[in-house]
Design a protein around this ligand. Structure first.
Ligand SMILES: O=C(O)CC1=CCC(=O)O1
Length: 273
């Protein structure tokens, strides 16, 4: 059953629609560099995955079909037939599900620091830990995977903010999403993805190393792979300029999704549940 996720729309009303979907344990705040860089050119929709931020956290476990269904419902609420979609990590898994199962709704796709297949047992254990001890018990480890050690050392306040973002996630929501990852079965779906797809990996990502991106890019018919020189799991933050340029190139080349770039002023609208 889909839910109304909390989202913010920013950018000219007649610009192409671009939906941003984030990592496990994040809110739409993780996309701040991209919202700032792309919000003048696209109608950017940031949203909190169910169980995260200000979105509802219905009882889990969840599936990728649940998370993808929330995006389809969001597009319906926005009156959009199609949109570009960029997802990082869990957001990328949601994007693969969407593009394979609702291809008519996805224009172009970007998959960042993600995987089609992760070892299930670790996710079963993480869900159990979070149900037992709360998300705070895993927050330090998560943020250690998000940023390279050198970058984290130079940005202690950012590390603290990110840790608080992860720890602020609903226990039920986080555990529910762990189970969606544990049970995902994306490899057979990848050849069905028709959307032109950009796959990006961070060379220093310990959670979804470049080999995972290579396998996705090899299986999606119209895919292009880019491995960043640096960047851990949240490479969109640490390598923001390079990622922004890649996204602009990939989505900018496409022409409009749900409208054309216009001269209208930037506007932001917020919609809670
Ligand atoms: O939290 C992690 O370990 C990294 C991660 C894998 C999937 C996701 O969304 O985050």
């Amino acid at each position: 059953m889909s839910v109304d996720v909390h989202h913010v729309v920013q950018g000219p009303p007649d610009a192409p629609l671009l939906v941003l979907s984030g990592s496990l344990g994040s809110t739409m705040e993780m996309w701040r560099p991209q919202i700032e860089a792309l919000g003048g050119r696209f109608r950017v929709v940031g949203y909190d995955t169910r169980g995260h931020g200000r979105s509802p956290a219905p009882p889990g476990p969840y599936s990728l079909a649940d998370l993808g269904g929330d995006v389809l419902r969001l597009l319906d609420r926005l009156g959009a037939e199609r949109a570009h979609f960029a997802g990082l990590s869990l957001g990328g898994m949601t994007g693969m599900w969407l593009a394979a199962n609702a291809p008519e709704r996805v224009d172009r796709l970007a998959l960042l620091c993600t995987s089609a297949e992760l070892e299930a047992e670790g996710w079963r254990q993480r869900a159990a830990t979070v149900r037992d001890r709360g998300v705070g018990a895993v927050a330090d480890g998560v943020v250690q995977r998000w940023l390279t050690p050198g970058y984290a050392e130079q940005h202690p306040q950012l590390v603290e903010r990110m840790r608080a973002m992860v720890a602020g996630t609903s226990d039920e929501g986080y555990a529910g999403c762990c189970t969606a990852i544990e049970r995902m079965d994306l490899p057979p779906a990848l050849p069905r993805i028709a959307a032109p797809t950009l796959v990006v990996a961070g060379s220093e990502d310990p959670a979804t190393p470049p080999g995972h991106a290579q396998r996705i890019a090899a299986a999606v018919p119209d895919a292009r792979l880019h491995v960043l020189d640096g960047g851990a799991h949240l490479a969109s933050w640490e390598c923001a300029e390079e990622v922004d340029a890649l996204l602009l190139d990939h989505f900018g080349a496409a022409g409009p999704a749900g409208g054309g770039p216009g001269d209208a002023p930037r506007t932001a609208t917020e919609n809670s549940t």
